[in-house]
Ligand binder design. Structure first.
Ligand SMILES: Nc1ncnc2c1ncn2[C@@H]1O[C@H](COP(=O)(O)OP(=O)(O)OP(=O)(O)O)[C@@H](O)[C@H]1O
Length: 437
């Protein structure tokens, strides 16, 4: 990762509107991680990686910034809610499960990359397999000349399978159906479960025979072919490495801070104490191997309406020295979010309706009006940030979305009047607005 902080901010600007301070802070934190990794080991050990605390209301882009960052760096990302964890020894999720989640995501991320890189090989594998099924089998000790014939027939058939000419032919394939091992279980439990499964093995790795068309087989066999082509050790090694550089977003951290009169809330403080070793750097056992948490970037976030960051236990406060406040969104910001990002909400709806052959065009004034109503609804009911745009746009486009099949080939122009007509009554009536927007 060799992007400079300026480049990182520029990248984030494409997806996230405003929130300059937060972007800057995360860019610096990432660059510092990179700088630290270039140093000799003895220095690395002494420089503690700095984690971030994002303070701000709901729906203003906290998660979005973190998620985009992870995507850009091609590292796994998980978002967890601090209030979902319980102290070790109590019923509920233990904090280490966030590392297991991260590793699972990392496996998926790296697997997808490896599959993409071996796309052609996997494809070839699938075509070969189908071709073999379509031809009568070659007897074991067939004479040389028969073998030659088979080879020629094989190549010919392969071309046909590839081109799609055989797509409607039926073949019988075997599909592995492996039992799902709980991803959320601690590794000792997974091991126990696996041994049980081994004993009753025959029931587990059952493969099912199924008659399908060649076209369907091309889809169904891909997963098995990928399994064969991808190097499992390489996958696991790379996934663990990426997980160790991943990003964990701990939302609602303010909910586990003890506040004023409940100062000594043992369960909340217990969760904080459990979090500490993970954030400080420790080794967690997962079903794919050990993960060292030293370099994971932790981003804690919360609104801190009731509690304050200083209500967290001091050790934890110390681990999140980079503090940044995010701003709540005004009408202009909402308008920008609606229209500007690469995959903005408006563009998403346009793309969706394109599938139905309906073109959606928005007047500039209509977009301003949507932002205005979203802002009003946030003011009048509860401020849920940019999430309000989803409900508002959904309401405006409800009829069009429902009847899209009748409008094939048509262009729909959304005007200011249209938006007003759809929303006026709802926003006027606070009670209704609470339920609908
Ligand atoms: N500043 C922004 N720019 C672009 N999109 C935004 C912005 N703020 C919010 N959004 C969009 O609104 C939705 C919710 O935002 P996000 O998930 O980042 O909320 P959050 O601040 O993390 O709140 P919470 O803590 O409740 O999860 C996302 O779809 C996101 O894309």
């Amino acid at each position: 990762m060799e992007m400079t902080p300026k480049e990182i901010v520029k990248y984030l600007d494409e997806y996230v509107v405003g929130q300059k301070d937060a972007k800057k802070t995360i860019a610096i934190a990432l660059r510092n991680r990179y700088r630290r990794m270039q140093l000799p080991k003895e220095w690395q050990d002494d420089i503690l990686p700095k984690n971030i605390l994002m303070i701000g209301p709901t729906g203003v882009g906290k998660t979005e910034i973190a998620r985009r960052m992870a995507k850009m760096m091609k590292v796994p990302f998980v978002k967890v809610e601090a209030s979902k964890y319980t102290e070790v020894g109590f019923v509920g999720r233990d904090v280490e499960s966030m590392i297991r989640d991260l590793v699972n995501n990392s496996m998926n991320l790296v697997r997808a990359e490896l599959e993409e890189a071996s796309k052609e090989k996997i494809e070839e594998n699938v075509i070969d397999e189908i071709t073999r099924k379509l031809l009568p089998p070659l007897p074991k000790n067939a004479p040389e000349e028969k073998q030659q014939e088979y080879k020629i027939a094989f190549e010919r058939m392969k071309e046909k399978v590839k081109s799609g000419a055989m797509d409607n032919a039926k073949i019988e394939i075997e599909i592995d159906e492996d039992m799902d091992m709980g991803d959320d279980l601690p590794p000792e439990m997974v091991k126990a479960q696996e041994s049980i499964v081994k004993i009753i093995g025959i029931f587990n790795k059952s493969s099912k025979k199924k008659e399908v068309t060649v076209k369907e087989a091309k889809e169904l066999l891909r997963k098995q072919a990928a399994e064969k082509v991808i190097n499992k050790d390489e996958l696991k090694k790379e996934a663990l490495k990426r997980a160790e550089n991943g990003i964990i977003f701990i939302d609602e951290i303010d909910k586990i801070a003890a506040t004023g009169n409940t100062r000594q809330d043992p369960s909340k403080e217990g969760v904080q104490r459990d979090l500490l070793p993970i954030v400080e750097g420790s080794t967690v056992n997962t079903k794919y191997g050990y993960v060292n948490t030293d370099h994971i970037l932790f981003i804690a976030a919360g609104a801190f309406h009731v509690s304050k960051p200083s209500d967290l236990i001091p050790e934890l406060q110390g681990r999140f020295p980079l503090r940044v406040e995010l701003q709540s969104l005004d009408e202009e910001a909402l308008y920008q979010i609606l229209t500007r990002p690469k995959h903005s909400l408006i563009k998403q709806y346009q793309k969706l309706l394109e599938v139905e052959g309906v073109e959606l065009v928005f007047d500039e004034e209509a977009l301003r009006e949507i932002a205005k109503y979203a802002y009003l609804a946030n003011e009048k009911t509860e401020d849920i940030g940019a999430r309000r745009l989803h409900t508002v746009v959904e309401k405006v486009l409800e009829d069009i979305n429902f009847n899209a099949d009748e409008y094939k080939g048509q262009t729909f122009k959304i005007t200011k009047d249209y938006v007003q007509e759809r929303l006026e009554d709802i926003v006027e009536n606070e009670e209704i607005a609470k339920y609908i927007l």
